[in-house]
Design a protein around this ligand. Structure first.
Ligand SMILES: C[S@@+](CC[C@H](N)C(=O)[O-])C[C@H]1O[C@@H](n2cnc3c(N)ncnc32)[C@H](O)[C@@H]1O
Length: 261
């Protein structure tokens, strides 16, 4: 699916219940809320990569339900949620998946996982992007990207070719950003890893195309994100730490994004 990447006036306050309800039905059948949400994200990523074997292997533990009618099996419910996610993302042109993550209660207080509200994120994107960037392609980066919404909204403000780089410590946040980059048809790299310790666990590359975004999981050691940018973010973080109580949100605007190429 390719959503419209033009500036949208769609209001925030998206009703995520059509996405959440099928997932909660699966939970009531005895599956852990956290695990099934993570598996749902994994299923979406495998579906987008057309990796049938990995998709079916992830579904395996949700089987053993021969008595259920077609449409009401766990596999059908996962697909139903994904269908509504694509529809609502397309209709609102907003990061719906980030809202679902928070509404489903997956965000961790410990890691400060509060995503910037849509209107603020769009406003920040507008203020932060000016015409002074160098020659295209333009690089934008968020080393604590959460659901990736700041990057998605910033990319729309740039008329040139854009490459977006996102990293998040949390696996589910990285997966969500990778899905969002694909749904919003961005060129980009998403890494799951610690931006301060410079660790990388998983990575995805997404590619813009006229037929809709495509995605593939890549070896995190091979991805072309410049280590220097992450090092700069860490140095900025240490400077902040020396002066005041550090927050990851502070780091978001600190990295020298021009070196993330
Ligand atoms: C306040 S949220 C902001 C997300 C996004 N930038 C936004 O504005 O919507 C901070 C994010 O940083 C991530 N995070 C925390 N520590 C991190 C680290 N050391 N490296 C990378 N990401 C980290 C959290 O998982 C969380 O998703």
């Amino acid at each position: 699916m390719a959503t419209d990447t033009s500036k949208s006036a769609a209001p925030a306050g998206i009703d995520c219940s059509p996405i959440i309800e099928p997932l909660e039905t699966i939970e009531r059948r005895g599956f852990s809320r956290h695990n099934l949400f993570r598996d749902w994200l994994e299923l979406i990523l495998y579906a987008l990569q057309r990796d049938d074997d990995a998709y079916l292997a992830t579904l395996e533990k949700y089987k053993s339900e021969k008595s259920r009618e077609e449409g009401n099996r766990n596999a059908d419910l996962f697909s139903e949620s994904f269908g509504h996610l694509m529809r609502l993302t397309q209709e609102s042109n907003l990061d719906v998946l980030g809202d679902v993550y928070e509404e489903f209660g997956m965000n961790s207080n410990h890691f400060g996982q509060y995503f910037t509200p849509h209107p603020t994120a769009k406003m920040l994107a507008r203020f932060d992007v000016d015409d002074s960037h160098g020659n295209p392609p333009v690089s934008i980066a968020d080393p604590a990207c959460g659901s990736g919404r700041l990057l998605v909204y910033a990319a729309r403000e740039i008329d040139e070719e854009v490459w977006a780089f996102g990293q998040d410590l949390d696996e589910m946040c990285a997966m969500i950003s990778a899905i969002n980059f694909t749904l919003f048809n961005l060129n980009g790299i998403i890494i799951q890893g610690d931006s301060l310790k410079l660790t990388k666990h998983r990575a995805w590359q997404t590619t813009n195309s006229g037929l809709g975004g495509s995605i593939r999981e890549i070896d995190p050691e091979q991805c072309s994100v410049h280590e220097d940018a992450l090092r700069a973010a860490r140095e900025d973080a240490q400077e902040i730490e020396a002066n005041e109580e550090p927050t990851v949100a502070d780091l978001t605007g600190q990295a020298d994004i021009s070196s993330w190429t």
